[in-house]
Design a protein around this ligand. Structure first.
Ligand SMILES: [Zn+2]
Length: 342
């Protein structure tokens, strides 16, 4: 290796070390090491007298260049160290080949996913998506829905009452009246939202959960339309082979009323632990809108009829994914929630 080559190598080495200097002390130590009186450059320059005359001009130029470039590199580093408050991280100490830390990517909550999927199905069946306030009056939560004053759901222990006669809605049926007050039939709406009941929390109950209310009012709407719409929904949501049955029931705001079951997806109707050996799972309540509810909204029951239905979103989500405890949806445990990220 010629002296000129050694000098070129010295420049590269010094520049690399300068870039690593983390403090002004480090920069000063490098200045002594490379440019000091007994430093590396002085040592190489001292050899100039011993080499062939032919090599001298090039080696001389490289010696000058080494002095200038190493001085410049140390000064630049010194400025950078001062600008960062005296010390900076060393570039070369970081292993750039290590994999990076992936940022946490958020996703939609499983309840939101189920609401979106259900809204999407009913939207394609011609329903508009609507919403209403969570803080309601006694009128919208009970009276307009034909719920008598002595009904158990109006008890202090069954509804969260707030001051000034307000309450937290215990069902999304409140949206029925609010929509019909504003819009004349035909009305086809789906109203998802949060509802509140002072229930003790356990594996299947929560003081807050989500409901979806459906309402269709027009001329000549019949129970057959209700069955057709719900079966179309169930087949799209749970699968084409699902079966559905209606059991007579009582709700104050619909007449006739029914509780609606779907066939158990696990045992296909033969009975298993999931369906308590019944072969059927209850998913919603439904019925024809009571004439009193139509009258409360100044819609003539002689001219119009309609159906309404409502179901709990958490229950549908639990059936869809086989989740056995409603509390898992609210605990923000990432190990649980990550399973549903798309
Ligand atoms: Zn079953």
């Amino acid at each position: 290796m010629t002296l000129a080559e050694k000098l070129r190598q010295l420049i590269i080495e010094a520049q690399g070390r300068a870039a690593d200097a983390a403090s002004l002390e480090d920069v000063e130590a490098l200045r002594v090491k490379y440019l000091g009186r007994k430093g590396a450059l002085a040592e190489l320059t001292g050899l100039l007298g011993q080499i062939d005359a032919a090599e001298k001009p090039e080696a001389g130029r490289e010696a000058n260049r080494a002095k200038n470039e190493i001085t410049a590199a140390l000064e630049a580093r010194s400025v950078a160290v001062k600008a960062s408050g005296g010390t900076v991280g060393s570039a070369a100490k970081e292993d750039l080949s290590l994999p990076g830390t992936a940022p946490l990517v958020g996703g939609l909550h499983p309840i939101t996913q189920v609401i979106d999927e259900i809204c999407d199905i009913f939207y394609r069946l011609g329903f508009q998506i609507a919403s209403g306030p969570e803080m309601e009056t006694d009128y919208y939560n009970f009276e307009a829905l034909n719920i008598p004053a002595d009904h158990s759901s109006r008890d202090d222990l069954a509804t969260f009452y707030i001051e000034n006669g307000k309450l937290l809605r215990s069902q999304t049926s409140t949206v029925q009246t609010r929509i019909m007050e504003k819009e004349r039939p035909p009305v086809k709406v789906l109203a998802p939202g949060r509802v509140y009941r002072p229930d003790a929390t356990d594996a299947t109950h929560s003081f807050m959960f989500h409901q979806i209310e459906g309402l269709c009012v027009d001329e000549r709407v019949t129970f057959a339309d209700l069955k057709g719409v719900l079966l179309a929904f169930a087949k799209q949501f749970f699968g084409a082979d699902v079966k559905m049955r209606f059991r007579p029931h009582f709700f104050p705001f619909t007449e006739p009323s029914a509780e609606v079951d779907i066939s158990c997806g696990l045992c296909k109707g033969s009975g298993c632990r999931s369906c308590a050996q019944k072969g059927w799972l209850e998913i919603l309540g439904a019925g024809m809108v009571h004439p009193n509810v139509l009258r409360a909204c100044k819609v003539s029951p002689e001219k119009y009829s309609g159906f309404a239905f409502g179901f709990g979103v958490e229950r549908i989500a639990m059936l869809k994914w086989g989740v056995n405890d409603i509390r898992l949806f609210y605990e923000n445990d990432m190990r649980f929630l990550r399973q549903f990220s798309a």
